[in-house]
Ligand binder design. Sequence first.
Ligand code: URP
Ligand code: ZN
Ligand code: ZN
Ligand code: ZN
Length: 488
Amino acid sequence: TSQTILIKGGTVVNAHHQQVADVFIDNGIVTDVKPNIKVSDEVTIVDATGKFVMPGGIDPHTHLEFEFMGTETIDDFFSGQAAALAGGTTMHIDFVIPVNGSLSSGFKAYVEKAKKSCMDYGFHMAITKWDDTVAREMEIMVKEKGINSFKFFLAYKGALMINDELLLEGLKKCKSVGALAMVHAENGDAVFEGQKRMIELGITGPEGHALSRPPLLEAEATARAIRLAGFVNTPLYVVHVMSVEAMEEIAKARQSGQRVVGEPVASGLVLDDSGLWDPDFYTAAKFVMSPPIRAAGHGKALQAALSTGVLQLVGTDHCTFNSTQKAFGIDDFRKIPNGVNGIEERMHLVWDTMVASGKISVTDYVRITSTECARIFNIYPQKGAILPGSDADIIILNPNSSFQISSNSHHSRSDTNVYEGWIGKGKVEITIAGGRIVWENNELKVKRGSGKYIKMPPFSYVFDGIEKADASYISSLRAPVNRFKGMQ
Ligand code: URP
Ligand code: ZN
Ligand code: ZN
Ligand code: ZN
């Protein structure tokens, strides 16, 4: 049951424009955006005077019901999404993990998990092994199942990690089927070595996690993935950019004209590694994620890169484990399940650190939290905009109100929160998802099963110039060969 809603008198913000206007929502869709819309008495009126009316957040990077490191994330598709809605995020893109390397089995499993959804979602898919079946299944996923992005893990040796040969095969396949290649950029072999060193030194606590995988290993893998994507001539999306060093590789590649997207995540933007050094295991372990949260300074640099367009959009990598699960690694940091929360906090944290501090405009806020994600994954303007015809996924943010973060009040099932105690400016007072008010007066009104799967259409690299670039690359290779032959 959808509602007919009129949002009155707010400042409606899209990525390219803002205006004081009313927004009319009917049957889950935005049908009109203009000043002074007149409606009948039956319509629900929401007064947004003095507030910002913006597209709901889209989180490009989450892990709900993810079986990882011997356990499963504490947030499932219902609790994770309910938390998201309470924080102004109305869509997320989760990572399907193949089952024993089978993409179709992985897809089926995630379709099953996502049946409890209370908001819209899409899927990326991880590629963890390579053979003809995987290659064929990638094509099926793109053509029939609505997946247009594949993630390659260069870390997690012995588990999700793949080698350069597989990465090259994967990049070629992405290019030929019109999918975007994504990469977790850390050198997994070197991380393995770094971990051994820590254990030999007797460093077994959570601080060993960060020490074993320093920024240079993130930079190396980022640079390698960028160069291999350049060699194949296909676009690349680098997930969870956590360090200055990795960001600079992306900056350099973009400056040279390569199509590379960089995604910082909320934790990397606003936290530093001080928590990891807390003498209390549980306090420190909650900050363990990969790549690690870096020393002070990295976050500020990533914020600057985001505000200048070197990085394009913000994710969370929401991947929550409670204290009992984190305690698997109480004697050995290598066994601490990797991941932090953020799906509920991202919209508030980005507003507080980027907009309330004057670093970016409100239109840029919409771009980096919503529109750019929709554009990159080819679902704009169904998502990421408040335009006639767009899905009615909308938030109303009061810039004069404040928010507060605590595990006592958050909606994730986790018993901890890496942003515990954060108080900031700008509060999402109302969330509308699929045309229904799902968050109002600090109360959730969510419905299991109401979320839709959003299929993401493939890209046409062949037509958007890549083929031409390939041809000129090949002729540039041939030129010296031909010259050499001429000399004989
Ligand atoms: O620590 C992390 N990031 N956990 C989630 C898996 C991943 O690498 O994205
Ligand atoms: Zn990752
Ligand atoms: Zn992740
Ligand atoms: Zn509640």
